[in-house]
Structures are given as structure tokens and as C-alpha cells.
Design a protein around this ligand. Structure first.
Ligand code: ADP
Length: 448
């Protein structure tokens, strides 16, 4: 029952009581006690109805009170949320005059909360952006829509400008007229700085990529150009040495031999630089074919045996492969083995070098090169495959090399869908192990 119904009920009872009163005054009622009893009964019924109505109303009142309390508690909760929200919240009228603001908004605008009320929001927008702000405000009033987020430069009362993100929503009346605007203001200085840094890094990255591309291009060109005269030097010195027994005095033969050795050394370096620049540019392809891995290991060891003998090192092989057939690029795998074995010889002064080939599973094989050489410091192990990296310069510098061999081997092994690992103990030796698929899946041949 609502108040109207209750008033109606009251009116009905009042009218009825009135008419009964009137009737009671009439003389014939006294003469007819039954009529009086009827009237009294009717009055009692009306009074009871009224009581029921009153109870109903009281109950409704209680419910209303409790609903009001709930609403008040909610309002309080939202007020606290509004007050203590980390972002600035403001309510303005449609013209942008501030009517409500939370603490964060007052802090952001650098002004005490009570001075904020009644001020136009635009006075806190930097001079340069006020025109655009005004236009947007007008649009908001007319169209009501807004972009999701809108960036402005805010000028607090007593502080320096900062970048802020504004989000605004309009509140309308029943005639769809904008009556107020709710604003959220967030300081995005840190985000802006981060964006600026990312932009700078990106630019720097592009410049570095370009520099790296130019470097690779230069290396490729230079090594290509150097290879031809170097091949001529090697070829002619070999020719001279072949006739040595007939024509050259021994001191000259010795000089030619040194020319030949230096030439070979330089050619190896040039080849490495060329390979590396090709790998960097992604212009190196694998030439896949089936071959006998044990055969390749034996051939490579034989080829380098004399180098080991020169240093009185033992160079041994241990192959435990049931099936020695693999599909890979034979020349490139030989290049990897040559690099690992020559390093082992180069960095070992006494003891031995062992080449182990084994099956890891049906479709994976491993080749390990173990030496008893100078070893590698644990802190250097993580850099060992980086290009141009020669660790412990004082120990390795006098042993020659470009610092490219392992970088090339690592990239080649990755191209072959394998991996290269190293374990080492300073002063005791190192083990380089190459793990490879028995057969390189053709579609995976491209380097990542
Ligand atoms: P380099 O042409 O200098 O040999 P590498 O890339 O082949 O270049 O090797 C990089 C560095 O790793 C070497 O200069 C050396 O310091 C270290 N290194 C490689 N193999 C061994 C090894 N078997 N024992 C000790 N140090 C090694």
C-alpha cells in the first residue's frame, strides 16, 4: 500500500464515520437498535481495515528506511572510493566549471580542494592547448561523445606542466541534454617518458642495424677482394717451392715457405670473415647430402694430425655409431670439426685430444672434442660463442686467430638444427660437444 492508497482509505473511513454519526443523530435510529448495531459493526470493520492499512504502511516504512540506509552506506563507499582513488576525478557542469573533485585531482592541479570548486577546468590546461580544449568541450556539449582517451598538457597552479590523459563521460537529463561531465585525469608523464625512450631506442636500433648491415657489406666485399690476390700469393709460392730442389737457395726457400704459411693463415681469416658476413646476411645455404659421419671424422683428424704431432699431442678418435649415415652439409660440418680440433690443438700444450662420435637417439648424433689444454674460465663460457670474442687475451692473443671460428660454428650448428655446448675447467681442459639431427629436415634448413 502506498501513501495515496492509505489517504484514500482514511477518507473512506472518515466519510463512513461521518455518515454513521449523522445517521445516529436521526431519531428513528434510537427506535431501531438493530440499525445502530449494524452501523457500529460497519465502523469497526472500517477501523480494522484502517489498522491493517496502517500496519502495512509501517512495514513499508521500515523497509524504506533500511533501503535508505543501504543506499547511504553505498553512497559513503563510493564517496570514499572517489576521495581516495589514485587518479583524479572531477565533476563539472556542461560548461566545464568544477563542481566536485577528489583529493588526487586537487593534488594534480596543485590547489587546495576548496579553492577548486567553481573554477573552470580550462584554467588548468596549458595555454597552447586551451583552444583545442574549448573546441572539444563544445563538441562534448553538443554531440556528447568523446574519444576514449584524450591527452593534454596540464598546468598546475604552482607547479610545472605535465602530460595527462583525460577520460570524460557526459551525464544527460531526460531531454537528453548534457547536464554535467565526469572527468578522470591521470598523470602520464612516466608513460610519455617511457614512450620517448622506446622511440629513441628504436631509432638507435635502426641506426645500429644499418651500421651492422654496412659493416657486413664491407666485410663481404673486402674479404672477397682479398681472396683473389691471396690465392695468387699461395699458388705462386707453392709453385716456387715445388721447384725448390732445383732452383732456390735454402734461405730463399725458407722465406717462400713463410710467405706460403702466412698466406694460408690470411686466407683462412679471410674465409672466416666472408663466411661470417654471409651468415649474418642470411646468405649462406646448406648443401645437404647423405654421407658417412665416421668417415668424415677420420678424414678431418688425419688432415690435422700433423698439427698435433708438431706439438707432440695425441689426437685420437672413438666412434660408437651403429649407423654412421647422416644427412647434412659435409663441407660445413668438416669446417666445424676443423675449427674445434684446431682450437683444441692451439690451446693445448701437453696431453691429448680425443674425438668422440656417438648416437644420442635414433635421430640424434653427437660429436665431442675433448682436450687437456688451458681450459676456459667459467665467467668466459657465456661469451665464448660471440663473434670476435677472444677470451683471456693474455693467454690466447699469441696463439693467433680472429675470434670468429666458434661464432661461425655456433651459427652453422644452429642452422643444422643442432646445438653446441661447452664444458671446461681452467688448467684442466675443455670439451666442446656438437649435437645434430641425423637428418636435417629440409624445411628447417633456414637459419632463424
Ligand atoms: P679463435 O680464432 O681466436 O680461435 P674462436 O672463436 O675459435 O676464435 O675461439 C674464441 C676463443 O675461445 C679463443 O680465442 C679462445 O680464447 C677460446 N677457446 C676456444 N676453444 C678453446 C679451447 N679448446 N680451449 C681453451 N680456449 C678455447
Amino acid at each position: 500500500m502506498n501513501t495515496n492508497e492509505f489517504t484514500q482509505q482514511m477518507k473512506k473511513v472518515y466519510n463512513r464515520a461521518g455518515s454513521l454519526y449523522q445517521r445516529a443523530g436521526e431519531s428513528h435510529v434510537i427506535e431501531y437498535p438493530a440499525l445502530l448495531a449494524d452501523s457500529l459493526e460497519e465502523l469497526r470493520t472500517s477501523l480494522e481495515e484502517l489498522r491493517v492499512a496502517e500496519e502495512e504502511l509501517r512495514q513499508q516504512n521500515e523497509e524504506l528506511q533500511s533501503a535508505r540506509e543501504t543506499v547511504e552506506a553505498e553512497r559513503q563507499r563510493y564517496q570514499e572510493l572517489f576521495e581516495f582513488a589514485p587518479d583524479g576525478y572531477l565533476v563539472t557542469d556542461a560548461d566545464g566549471t568544477i563542481r566536485e573533485a577528489n583529493r588526487a585531482a586537487a593534488d594534480l592541479l596543485g590547489i587546495a580542494h576548496n579553492y577548486l570548486m567553481g573554477k573552470p577546468l580550462i584554467i588548468f590546461i596549458s595555454q597552447e592547448e586551451r583552444r583545442a580544449f574549448r573546441t572539444k568541450l563544445l563538441r562534448l556539449r553538443e554531440v556528447g561523445s568523446s574519444e576514449r582517451e584524450w591527452e593534454v598538457v596540464v598546468k598546475p597552479r604552482h607547479d610545472n606542466c605535465f602530460h595527462a590523459a583525460l577520460t570524460v563521460a557526459s551525464v544527460r537529463d531526460r531531454q537528453d541534454k548534457v547536464i554535467s561531465l565526469r572527468w578522470m585525469m591521470r598523470d602520464i608523464t612516466a608513460r610519455k617518458e617511457a614512450e620517448e625512450k622506446i622511440r629513441a631506442y628504436h631509432l638507435q636500433n635502426l641506426q645500429l642495424q644499418e651500421a651492422s648491415r654496412l659493416k657486413s657489406q664491407f666485410l663481404a666485399l673486402m674479404s672477397h677482394e682479398l681472396r683473389t690476390p691471396m690465392n695468387a700469393i699461395i699458388g705462386f709460392s707453392q709453385l716456387l717451392l715445388r721447384q725448390r730442389n732445383h732452383n732456390l737457395p735454402s734461405n730463399q726457400a725458407n722465406m717462400v715457405e713463410r710467405i706460403l704459411n702466412s698466406g694460408k693463415h690470411l686466407l683462412k681469416m679471410i674465409e672466416e670473415i666472408l663466411d661470417f658476413s654471409k651468415l649474418e646476411a642470411g646468405r649462406l645455404d646448406l648443401d645437404l647430402a647423405e654421407f658417412n659421419l665416421v668417415g668424415l671424422v677420420k678424414e678431418t683428424v688425419e688432415e690435422l694430425q700433423c698439427l698435433a704431432e708438431q706439438k707432440q699431442l695425441e689426437l685420437n678418435i672413438q666412434c660408437c655409431l651403429d649407423n654412421p649415415c647422416v644427412v647434412n652439409d659435409k663441407a660445413r660440418l668438416r669446417q666445424i670439426l676443423v675449427n674445434l680440433i684446431s682450437n683444441a690443438i692451439k690451446f693445448t700444450d701437453s696431453g691429448s685430444i680425443l674425438l668422440e662420435a656417438q648416437e644420442l637417439s635414433d635421430n640424434r648424433v653427437a660429436i665431442a672434442v675433448k682436450d687437456t689444454g688451458i681450459g676456459i674460465d667459467p665467467s668466459d663460457l657465456q661469451h665464448i660463442f660471440q663473434e670476435f670474442r677472444q677470451i683471456n687475451q693474455s693467454l690466447t692473443r699469441d696463439r693467433g686467430g680472429t675470434g670468429l671460428g666458434l661464432a661461425i660454428s655456433d651459427r652453422l650448428v644452429r642452422m643444422m638444427q643442432g646445438k653446441i655446448k661447452v664444458e671446461s675447467q681452467l688448467g684442466e681442459g675443455s670439451t666442446f660437444q656438437v649435437e645434430l639431427p641425423r637428418q636435417i629436415p629440409v624445411e628447417l634448413e633456414v637459419i632463424s
